[in-house]
Each structure stands twice: as C-alpha cells, then as structure tokens.
Design a protein around this ligand. Structure first.
Ligand SMILES: Cc1cc2nc3c(=O)[nH]c(=O)nc-3n(C[C@H](O)[C@H](O)[C@H](O)COP(=O)(O)O)c2cc1C
Length: 358
C-alpha cells in the first residue's frame, strides 16, 4: 500500500507520518492524539526543563502505548551580550512605551536549552524509542549514551552536505527539511538562508546521497503532499504546520485566527523572534523591525526583550509580538481533532497514490 516500508518497519507505526516537534505550540495532548491516529508522536523538549519533560512523557505513556520521539535542540549556547541586548531594547523601546511598559525594567531570559547531561540522563531513564535533534547533533559522548540507551536517532538536514554529515555521525534517519518548512531552519554547516533548497529539490538529492531512510519535511500538509514525497524516494513525512490548528495544540485563540487567515504568501523567514532564522506568519514586529534585523541578539536571546511585549499585546488579543512559526502550506491546515486529521491525511495520501499508480 505504501510505496516504501522502511519508516514503518523502523518506527512500528501504522502510517509513515511523523508529527514534527512544534516547540511552543504543543504538549502531551497533541502527541497523544496523533499517536491515537496512527502516526509517530513526539515531545519537543527545547523549551522544557528535564523535570517538566519527564512529567509530559509520563502523561503520554499513561495514555498511549506508542513509540515516542523526544526532540532536542543542540545549538552551541552563547551568553547574552549586554551591548547587543541594549541595542535591541532600544530598538523595541517605542513598543514598550506604547504598551505602558518600562524599557529598562529587568526581564527574564528566554529559555531554549540545548541537549546536555541532564537531558541525557532523562533519555537514559525514559528510553524513548526515538530521539531527534535540530541544529546538528550533540557532542559524541552524549550521542553515544543516547544510542547506548537503545534510541534511534534522527536530525534535520537543510542541504545535502548536512545529510551526509548526519549519516556519517550516526543518524538512523535523516529529516530533509526544505525551505518551505515552518519554524527554525535546522541548518548547522551553513548559515546562509538563501542557500536552502525547497523540499522537492532537496529530498531526491538527499536520497541519492545517504543510505538511511529519509523523511521529507516542509510544506507537506495534505494527502497530495504526502503522496508526492514518496516519488523522489522519501520513506515518510514529518508534518508540523498542518497540526497547528488542531484543538489539542497549545496555540492561543488569536494566533489560531492569524494561522487560519494565512495564505501562501503570508510566511517569511525572520530572525527577530529568537535570533535564529525561522519561518513564520508575518506579525507586526517581523514586518516593522525585520523580517531580518542585524540588531537581533544571538539565539535565543532576541526572544528575551520580546517577552513583556508578547504578554502585553496578547492581553489585548493581539499577536503582534507572538511567535507564529508556520510553513508555506499553513493554509492547508485544518481545525480538526489530530487523530482524525492523521487518519484523513493517511487516507487521502493512499487514495492519491492508488490513483497515480492506476
Ligand atoms: C511552530 C513550530 C515549531 C517548531 N519547533 C521545532 C522544534 O522544537 N524542533 C524541531 O526539530 N523542529 C521544529 N520545527 C520544525 C519542524 O520540525 C519541521 O521541520 C516543520 O514543521 C516542517 O514543515 P511544515 O511546518 O511545513 O510541516 C518547528 C516548526 C513549527 C511550525
């Protein structure tokens, strides 16, 4: 039925569909619903403490007996630079004043922690079937411990060179993330966002370059996209934006409206939300300060000064400073329970594949 069974055999899911870790937009509830629908669930841990992540994993495992993917960032952390912070605060000062906030008041630092010894201990204890990374891989000692815990490892590649590096460094599955994708570019051997190929150009070239199974990611949001991913040789798909409007996501009401109204040309790549290039629906700060600004502090520190603005605007029902990360196919997303959506996606893909085969 499916043209390629490698992901099904490896992950032991009903469908070759993987829920993309959508940090900041989901918790255990979406993971549970997607697992009930037959796809691979995940828990993005980048914005969680190990304690909170452990709690969420226990909730998922208490309700479904599906394989689980725990996802981590593995960027090299840099300390906040007070000089750049000051420039950024100055750039945002008019918005602070507009919202009755003091631009000089202390704010709590944005949290996006890379995979470290504490997370590694959690992985060794919980033994998720799969561990995935964004921005490369952690240092070899930590990666060895993850593999020794019996976890399959996957990570995102945005160019062929990254895919080859990931395979050579122990990845069992490569996620080929095309430029259409929502959220941060997983890039780690380049920082040139103009270089990132689209999904349809990237997937066949990654498939040709590596032996491990490849998941296609970026702009895949319905049965047509899933069916199309198999033609150039993907063994499955990783889907994020299509799930953002499911009732089980943690996306707040005004952001749901913005996502529902988004069109094919509503997303841009920006660095103003976190300091690292990511695709999202353009909001006020992205339009007026970015979408790319040399003033934005390094990842994740750009998010720090946006924190109070986000809270103040959201109180007014606005998403002017809220992260609306989403990909170019966000318009195809549906407001539908995630288990139902997963089955609908798989059914539509199989029907499309059958039609193409006939
Ligand atoms: C809101 C949002 C948050 C994301 N957060 C993460 C993350 O924490 N870790 C990760 O590996 N990928 C993250 N991604 C990227 C996804 O893994 C994936 O590449 C992307 O969703 C695929 O494109 P699509 O959104 O068009 O389906 C995020 C994407 C979105 C839309």
């Amino acid at each position: 039925m499916w043209p390629d069974r490698r992901i099904l055999d490896l992950f032991k899911t009903e469908f070759p569909i993987v829920l993309a870790p959508i940090a900041g937009a989901m918790d255990a509830e979406l993971a549970i619903a997607v697992a009930q629908g037959g796809a691979l669930p995940c828990l993005p841990c980048a914005m969680l403490s190990p304690e909170k992540a452990r709690e969420q994993v226990n909730i998922i495992r208490g309700r479904v007996s599906a394989p689980l993917n725990l996802n981590f960032f593995c960027h090299k952390p840099v300390d906040a630079d007070p000089a750049r912070e000051a420039i950024w605060r100055q750039r945002l000062a008019p918005y602070y004043r507009e919202h009755g906030l003091d631009p000089a008041a202390p704010v709590s630092a944005a949290k996006r922690a890379p995979f470290d010894a504490a997370f590694c201990e959690m992985v060794e204890e919980l033994k998720p079937e799969i561990v995935s990374f964004h921005f490369g891989l952690p240092e070899p000692k930590l990666l060895q411990r993850v593999k020794a815990a019996g976890c399959l490892v996957m990570s995102s590649a945005t160019i062929v060179r990254e895919a080859i590096w990931l395979e050579e460094n122990g990845c069992d599955v490569i996620i080929a993330q095309g430029a259409e994708a929502g959220g941060h570019r997983g890039m780690f051997l380049t920082d040139n966002i103009a270089e990132q190929p689209g999904t349809f150009a990237l997937v066949p070239q990654v498939v040709d370059a590596v032996k491990v199974p490849v998941l296609a990611a970026g702009g895949i949001a319905d049965g047509r996209g899933i069916a199309a991913a198999f033609a150039p040789g993907a063994s499955g798909v990783q889907i994020g934006s299509a799930y953002l409007r499911c009732p089980e996501s943690t996306v707040i009401a005004p952001a749901r409206v913005a996502l529902a109204q988004a069109r094919d040309d509503s997303t841009v790549i920006t660095n103003v939300m976190t300091g690292r290039p990511a695709r999202g629906v353009a909001n006020r700060v992205m339009r007026e300060v970015g979408p790319v600004s040399a003033d934005a502090p390094a990842f994740p520190h750009a998010a720090t000064a946006l924190g109070p603005l986000k809270v103040a605007a959201e109180k007014l029902g606005k998403v002017d400073f809220t992260n609306l990360f989403a990909g170019q196919a966000v318009r195809l997303g549906r407001d539908m329970p995630a288990a139902e959506l997963t089955r609908a996606l798989a059914g539509a893909a199989l029907a499309r594949l059958a039609a193409l085969g006939g």
